[in-house]
Design a protein around this ligand. Structure first.
Ligand SMILES: Nc1ncnc2c1ncn2[C@@H]1O[C@H](COP(=O)(O)OP(=O)(O)OP(=O)(O)O)[C@@H](O)[C@H]1O
Ligand SMILES: [Mg+2]
Length: 330
Protein backbone atom coordinates (compact mmCIF):
# COMPACT_ATOMS: atom_id res chain seq x y z
CA UNK A 1 0.00 0.00 0.00
CA UNK A 2 1.11 3.50 -0.69
CA UNK A 3 -0.52 5.15 2.28
CA UNK A 4 0.36 3.25 5.39
CA UNK A 5 -2.37 3.94 7.90
CA UNK A 6 -3.53 7.26 9.18
CA UNK A 7 -1.84 7.51 12.54
CA UNK A 8 1.73 8.32 13.45
CA UNK A 9 2.97 5.38 15.49
CA UNK A 10 6.29 6.70 16.70
CA UNK A 11 7.28 9.41 19.11
CA UNK A 12 10.67 10.86 20.04
CA UNK A 13 10.87 8.24 22.79
CA UNK A 14 11.17 5.61 20.07
CA UNK A 15 14.22 7.25 18.54
CA UNK A 16 17.08 5.64 20.39
CA UNK A 17 20.66 6.85 20.60
CA UNK A 18 22.97 8.77 22.86
CA UNK A 19 25.36 10.26 20.31
CA UNK A 20 25.60 14.03 20.12
CA UNK A 21 24.57 13.79 16.47
CA UNK A 22 21.30 11.96 17.03
CA UNK A 23 20.53 14.09 20.07
CA UNK A 24 20.94 17.29 18.14
CA UNK A 25 18.79 15.92 15.31
CA UNK A 26 16.10 15.04 17.87
CA UNK A 27 16.32 18.46 19.49
CA UNK A 28 16.02 20.19 16.14
CA UNK A 29 13.11 17.98 15.08
CA UNK A 30 11.33 18.69 18.36
CA UNK A 31 11.51 22.40 17.65
CA UNK A 32 10.12 21.75 14.16
CA UNK A 33 7.12 20.19 15.87
CA UNK A 34 5.84 23.53 17.08
CA UNK A 35 6.47 25.41 13.83
CA UNK A 36 3.79 24.74 11.26
CA UNK A 37 6.06 24.79 8.22
CA UNK A 38 7.14 22.24 5.65
CA UNK A 39 10.02 20.03 6.69
CA UNK A 40 12.50 18.31 4.40
CA UNK A 41 14.23 15.31 5.96
CA UNK A 42 17.49 14.18 4.41
CA UNK A 43 19.22 10.92 5.18
CA UNK A 44 20.54 7.70 3.75
CA UNK A 45 18.32 4.69 3.45
CA UNK A 46 17.24 3.06 6.73
CA UNK A 47 18.49 5.93 8.86
CA UNK A 48 15.14 6.72 10.50
CA UNK A 49 13.60 9.43 8.32
CA UNK A 50 10.11 8.04 8.66
CA UNK A 51 10.29 7.57 12.42
CA UNK A 52 11.38 11.23 12.68
CA UNK A 53 8.41 12.31 10.54
CA UNK A 54 6.03 10.45 12.87
CA UNK A 55 7.66 11.98 15.93
CA UNK A 56 7.49 15.53 14.57
CA UNK A 57 3.77 15.11 13.84
CA UNK A 58 3.18 13.70 17.30
CA UNK A 59 4.60 16.74 19.08
CA UNK A 60 2.91 19.21 16.74
CA UNK A 61 -0.44 20.93 17.32
CA UNK A 62 -1.72 18.59 14.58
CA UNK A 63 -1.03 15.49 16.66
CA UNK A 64 -4.71 14.59 17.03
CA UNK A 65 -5.23 14.93 13.29
CA UNK A 66 -4.35 12.27 10.72
CA UNK A 67 -0.83 11.38 9.62
CA UNK A 68 -0.67 9.86 6.17
CA UNK A 69 2.51 8.53 4.58
CA UNK A 70 2.81 8.29 0.83
CA UNK A 71 5.79 6.76 -0.92
CA UNK A 72 6.26 8.70 -4.14
CA UNK A 73 8.57 6.04 -5.58
CA UNK A 74 6.22 3.13 -5.12
CA UNK A 75 3.45 4.09 -7.53
CA UNK A 76 3.21 5.14 -11.18
CA UNK A 77 2.54 8.80 -11.89
CA UNK A 78 -1.19 8.64 -12.67
CA UNK A 79 -1.92 6.51 -9.62
CA UNK A 80 0.10 8.81 -7.40
CA UNK A 81 -1.81 11.76 -8.78
CA UNK A 82 -5.19 10.28 -7.87
CA UNK A 83 -3.80 9.04 -4.57
CA UNK A 84 -2.73 12.56 -3.64
CA UNK A 85 -5.45 14.70 -5.13
CA UNK A 86 -8.36 12.33 -5.64
CA UNK A 87 -10.92 12.27 -8.45
CA UNK A 88 -14.62 12.75 -9.03
CA UNK A 89 -17.01 10.01 -10.08
CA UNK A 90 -16.69 9.36 -13.82
CA UNK A 91 -13.41 11.28 -14.07
CA UNK A 92 -12.00 8.55 -16.31
CA UNK A 93 -12.80 5.04 -17.48
CA UNK A 94 -12.46 2.75 -14.53
CA UNK A 95 -12.89 5.51 -11.98
CA UNK A 96 -14.56 4.32 -8.78
CA UNK A 97 -18.21 5.02 -8.21
CA UNK A 98 -18.49 8.01 -5.94
CA UNK A 99 -14.95 9.08 -6.85
CA UNK A 100 -11.96 8.87 -4.57
CA UNK A 101 -10.76 11.22 -1.89
CA UNK A 102 -7.15 12.24 -2.23
CA UNK A 103 -4.66 12.06 0.59
CA UNK A 104 -4.56 15.85 0.78
CA UNK A 105 -8.26 15.87 1.57
CA UNK A 106 -8.08 12.89 3.94
CA UNK A 107 -5.17 14.39 5.86
CA UNK A 108 -7.06 17.62 6.52
CA UNK A 109 -6.01 18.98 9.90
CA UNK A 110 -3.02 16.68 9.98
CA UNK A 111 0.26 15.87 8.28
CA UNK A 112 1.22 14.24 4.99
CA UNK A 113 4.56 12.48 4.82
CA UNK A 114 5.84 12.47 1.25
CA UNK A 115 8.56 9.85 1.20
CA UNK A 116 11.13 9.76 -1.63
CA UNK A 117 9.92 13.10 -2.95
CA UNK A 118 12.79 13.18 -5.47
CA UNK A 119 10.94 10.49 -7.45
CA UNK A 120 7.94 12.70 -8.15
CA UNK A 121 7.37 13.45 -11.84
CA UNK A 122 7.67 16.96 -13.16
CA UNK A 123 3.93 17.17 -13.70
CA UNK A 124 3.16 16.17 -10.13
CA UNK A 125 5.81 18.48 -8.76
CA UNK A 126 3.97 21.31 -10.50
CA UNK A 127 0.65 20.25 -8.99
CA UNK A 128 2.16 19.85 -5.56
CA UNK A 129 3.73 23.28 -5.72
CA UNK A 130 0.36 24.80 -6.52
CA UNK A 131 -1.25 23.02 -3.59
CA UNK A 132 1.48 24.20 -1.24
CA UNK A 133 0.98 27.77 -2.40
CA UNK A 134 -2.80 27.89 -2.35
CA UNK A 135 -3.72 25.13 0.08
CA UNK A 136 -6.50 24.19 -2.27
CA UNK A 137 -6.95 21.08 -4.32
CA UNK A 138 -9.04 20.31 -7.35
CA UNK A 139 -9.67 16.58 -7.72
CA UNK A 140 -9.48 15.21 -11.25
CA UNK A 141 -12.76 15.70 -13.12
CA UNK A 142 -14.13 17.85 -10.31
CA UNK A 143 -15.00 21.49 -10.70
CA UNK A 144 -14.78 22.16 -6.96
CA UNK A 145 -11.81 23.69 -5.26
CA UNK A 146 -11.38 22.15 -1.84
CA UNK A 147 -9.48 24.00 0.85
CA UNK A 148 -7.08 21.81 2.74
CA UNK A 149 -5.20 22.43 5.95
CA UNK A 150 -2.23 20.08 5.91
CA UNK A 151 1.37 20.15 6.84
CA UNK A 152 3.83 18.43 4.54
CA UNK A 153 6.91 16.59 5.73
CA UNK A 154 8.99 15.33 2.83
CA UNK A 155 11.93 12.96 2.86
CA UNK A 156 14.64 12.00 0.43
CA UNK A 157 17.89 10.08 0.29
CA UNK A 158 18.93 11.95 -2.85
CA UNK A 159 20.90 15.12 -3.17
CA UNK A 160 17.88 17.26 -3.98
CA UNK A 161 19.88 20.45 -4.39
CA UNK A 162 22.14 18.69 -6.89
CA UNK A 163 19.02 17.51 -8.71
CA UNK A 164 17.77 21.10 -8.83
CA UNK A 165 21.07 22.20 -10.36
CA UNK A 166 20.77 19.46 -12.96
CA UNK A 167 17.15 20.48 -13.60
CA UNK A 168 15.90 17.12 -12.40
CA UNK A 169 13.80 18.68 -9.65
CA UNK A 170 11.85 21.94 -9.79
CA UNK A 171 13.72 24.66 -7.98
CA UNK A 172 10.55 26.52 -6.92
CA UNK A 173 9.21 23.37 -5.28
CA UNK A 174 12.58 22.72 -3.68
CA UNK A 175 12.54 26.14 -2.03
CA UNK A 176 8.91 25.70 -1.06
CA UNK A 177 9.50 22.42 0.76
CA UNK A 178 12.96 23.14 2.09
CA UNK A 179 11.76 25.58 4.74
CA UNK A 180 12.97 23.53 7.68
CA UNK A 181 15.71 21.02 6.95
CA UNK A 182 16.58 18.04 9.07
CA UNK A 183 19.52 15.77 8.36
CA UNK A 184 19.41 12.36 10.01
CA UNK A 185 23.04 11.26 10.30
CA UNK A 186 24.21 7.90 8.96
CA UNK A 187 24.84 5.21 11.55
CA UNK A 188 28.56 5.08 10.69
CA UNK A 189 28.81 8.72 11.81
CA UNK A 190 27.45 7.87 15.26
CA UNK A 191 28.76 4.48 16.16
CA UNK A 192 28.18 5.23 19.86
CA UNK A 193 24.53 4.46 19.15
CA UNK A 194 25.27 0.89 18.08
CA UNK A 195 25.10 -0.81 21.53
CA UNK A 196 21.75 0.78 22.40
CA UNK A 197 20.30 -0.22 19.06
CA UNK A 198 21.74 -3.72 19.40
CA UNK A 199 20.11 -4.12 22.83
CA UNK A 200 16.83 -2.76 21.58
CA UNK A 201 16.61 -5.00 18.52
CA UNK A 202 17.82 -7.97 20.57
CA UNK A 203 14.86 -7.51 22.89
CA UNK A 204 12.45 -7.01 20.03
CA UNK A 205 13.72 -10.11 18.20
CA UNK A 206 13.79 -12.20 21.37
CA UNK A 207 10.16 -11.39 21.87
CA UNK A 208 9.27 -11.97 18.24
CA UNK A 209 10.93 -15.39 18.11
CA UNK A 210 10.32 -16.41 21.73
CA UNK A 211 13.99 -16.59 22.61
CA UNK A 212 15.98 -15.40 25.56
CA UNK A 213 19.35 -14.50 24.11
CA UNK A 214 21.36 -12.39 26.51
CA UNK A 215 23.83 -10.66 24.24
CA UNK A 216 26.67 -10.83 21.77
CA UNK A 217 30.21 -12.04 22.42
CA UNK A 218 32.47 -8.99 22.87
CA UNK A 219 34.41 -9.75 19.68
CA UNK A 220 31.12 -9.71 17.83
CA UNK A 221 30.37 -6.22 19.12
CA UNK A 222 33.77 -5.11 17.81
CA UNK A 223 32.72 -6.31 14.38
CA UNK A 224 29.55 -4.25 14.64
CA UNK A 225 31.65 -1.19 15.37
CA UNK A 226 33.88 -1.83 12.36
CA UNK A 227 31.01 -2.32 9.93
CA UNK A 228 30.09 0.54 7.58
CA UNK A 229 26.30 0.09 7.82
CA UNK A 230 25.32 1.18 4.31
CA UNK A 231 21.73 0.21 5.19
CA UNK A 232 21.95 2.03 8.54
CA UNK A 233 19.54 1.19 11.37
CA UNK A 234 17.32 -0.97 9.19
CA UNK A 235 20.35 -3.10 8.28
CA UNK A 236 21.20 -3.45 11.96
CA UNK A 237 17.63 -4.39 12.75
CA UNK A 238 17.61 -7.09 10.04
CA UNK A 239 20.96 -8.46 11.14
CA UNK A 240 19.86 -8.68 14.77
CA UNK A 241 16.76 -10.55 13.71
CA UNK A 242 18.84 -12.98 11.71
CA UNK A 243 21.33 -13.47 14.55
CA UNK A 244 18.57 -14.19 17.03
CA UNK A 245 16.96 -16.72 14.71
CA UNK A 246 20.24 -18.51 14.13
CA UNK A 247 21.42 -18.56 17.76
CA UNK A 248 20.49 -21.32 20.16
CA UNK A 249 22.74 -20.58 23.14
CA UNK A 250 22.68 -17.62 25.51
CA UNK A 251 25.09 -15.50 23.50
CA UNK A 252 25.40 -14.69 19.82
CA UNK A 253 28.80 -15.87 18.65
CA UNK A 254 31.31 -13.55 17.02
CA UNK A 255 31.63 -15.99 14.12
CA UNK A 256 27.95 -15.76 13.38
CA UNK A 257 28.19 -11.96 13.55
CA UNK A 258 31.10 -12.03 11.09
CA UNK A 259 29.13 -14.23 8.77
CA UNK A 260 26.00 -12.08 8.95
CA UNK A 261 27.84 -8.84 8.38
CA UNK A 262 29.61 -10.41 5.46
CA UNK A 263 26.33 -11.51 3.92
CA UNK A 264 24.78 -8.12 4.59
CA UNK A 265 27.72 -6.47 2.88
CA UNK A 266 27.50 -8.41 -0.36
CA UNK A 267 23.79 -7.77 -0.70
CA UNK A 268 23.01 -4.87 -3.01
CA UNK A 269 21.82 -1.83 -1.11
CA UNK A 270 19.50 0.85 -2.45
CA UNK A 271 22.12 3.51 -1.97
CA UNK A 272 25.53 2.70 -3.32
CA UNK A 273 27.47 4.39 -0.56
CA UNK A 274 31.09 3.28 -0.53
CA UNK A 275 31.51 0.09 1.41
CA UNK A 276 34.49 -0.62 3.57
CA UNK A 277 36.33 -3.83 3.18
CA UNK A 278 35.98 -6.07 6.16
CA UNK A 279 38.94 -5.02 8.23
CA UNK A 280 38.64 -7.20 11.26
CA UNK A 281 38.15 -10.59 9.79
CA UNK A 282 38.25 -11.22 6.08
CA UNK A 283 35.59 -13.73 5.16
CA UNK A 284 35.46 -16.04 2.22
CA UNK A 285 32.18 -16.82 0.51
CA UNK A 286 32.65 -20.44 1.61
CA UNK A 287 31.73 -19.35 5.14
CA UNK A 288 28.15 -19.70 4.11
CA UNK A 289 28.64 -23.41 3.47
CA UNK A 290 29.07 -23.84 7.19
CA UNK A 291 25.35 -23.49 7.81
CA UNK A 292 24.29 -26.70 9.38
CA UNK A 293 21.02 -28.47 9.63
CA UNK A 294 20.09 -26.62 12.80
CA UNK A 295 20.48 -23.19 11.23
CA UNK A 296 18.28 -24.25 8.35
CA UNK A 297 15.67 -25.69 10.69
CA UNK A 298 15.71 -22.52 12.78
CA UNK A 299 15.29 -20.33 9.73
CA UNK A 300 12.44 -22.48 8.44
CA UNK A 301 10.76 -22.43 11.84
CA UNK A 302 11.10 -18.66 12.07
CA UNK A 303 9.50 -18.20 8.68
CA UNK A 304 6.78 -20.82 9.08
CA UNK A 305 8.45 -22.96 6.45
CA UNK A 306 8.57 -20.17 3.90
CA UNK A 307 11.63 -21.23 1.84
CA UNK A 308 12.18 -17.94 0.07
CA UNK A 309 12.22 -16.02 3.35
CA UNK A 310 14.33 -18.68 5.06
CA UNK A 311 16.89 -18.52 2.26
CA UNK A 312 17.03 -14.75 2.59
CA UNK A 313 17.66 -14.99 6.32
CA UNK A 314 20.41 -17.52 5.73
CA UNK A 315 21.90 -15.45 2.96
CA UNK A 316 21.76 -18.29 0.47
CA UNK A 317 19.79 -18.79 -2.72
CA UNK A 318 16.61 -20.79 -2.78
CA UNK A 319 18.31 -23.47 -4.86
CA UNK A 320 21.11 -23.78 -2.34
CA UNK A 321 18.59 -24.03 0.46
CA UNK A 322 16.76 -26.70 -1.46
CA UNK A 323 19.97 -28.64 -2.05
CA UNK A 324 20.94 -28.49 1.63
CA UNK A 325 17.50 -29.49 2.77
CA UNK A 326 17.85 -32.57 0.58
CA UNK A 327 21.34 -33.21 1.89
CA UNK A 328 20.19 -33.00 5.51
CA UNK A 329 16.96 -34.84 4.88
CA UNK A 330 14.79 -31.94 5.99
N1 LIG B 1 17.17 5.91 16.27
C1 LIG B 1 16.39 4.83 16.12
N2 LIG B 1 15.97 4.15 17.20
C2 LIG B 1 15.19 3.06 17.05
N3 LIG B 1 14.79 2.57 15.88
C3 LIG B 1 15.18 3.21 14.77
C4 LIG B 1 15.99 4.37 14.82
N4 LIG B 1 16.23 4.79 13.57
C5 LIG B 1 15.59 3.93 12.76
N5 LIG B 1 14.95 2.98 13.47
C6 LIG B 1 14.20 1.85 12.92
O1 LIG B 1 14.88 1.46 11.74
C7 LIG B 1 13.98 1.17 10.69
C8 LIG B 1 14.22 2.09 9.53
O2 LIG B 1 13.78 3.40 9.87
P1 LIG B 1 12.95 4.30 8.84
O3 LIG B 1 11.96 3.48 8.10
O4 LIG B 1 12.45 5.47 9.58
O5 LIG B 1 14.14 4.71 7.86
P2 LIG B 1 14.11 5.59 6.54
O6 LIG B 1 15.17 6.59 6.67
O7 LIG B 1 12.72 6.09 6.30
O8 LIG B 1 14.52 4.53 5.44
P3 LIG B 1 14.25 4.55 3.83
O9 LIG B 1 15.05 5.65 3.25
O10 LIG B 1 14.78 3.22 3.40
O11 LIG B 1 12.79 4.72 3.66
C9 LIG B 1 12.59 1.28 11.28
O12 LIG B 1 12.17 0.01 11.72
C10 LIG B 1 12.78 2.22 12.46
O13 LIG B 1 11.83 1.98 13.46
MG1 LIG C 1 11.43 5.68 4.68
Amino acid sequence: MRSRGHVAKYTFDDILGKSAKIKSAIEKARRFGSVDATVLIYGETGVGKEIFAHAIHNVSPRKDGPFIAVNCAAVPENLLESELFGYAEGAFTGAKKGGKKGVFEMANGGTIFLDEISEMSDKLQTRLLRVLQEYEIMPLGDARLISVDVRVIAATNSDLRGMVEKKLFRSDLYYRINVLTLVVPALRERREDIPILVDHFLQVSNKKFQKNIKGIEPRGIDLFYAHEWPGNTRELQNIMERLVILTDGDYISADLVAESLYISQIKPHPTSSPQLQFKTKPQKPQTKASFDKKAILNALAATDGHKKKAARILGISRTTLWRRMKKYNI
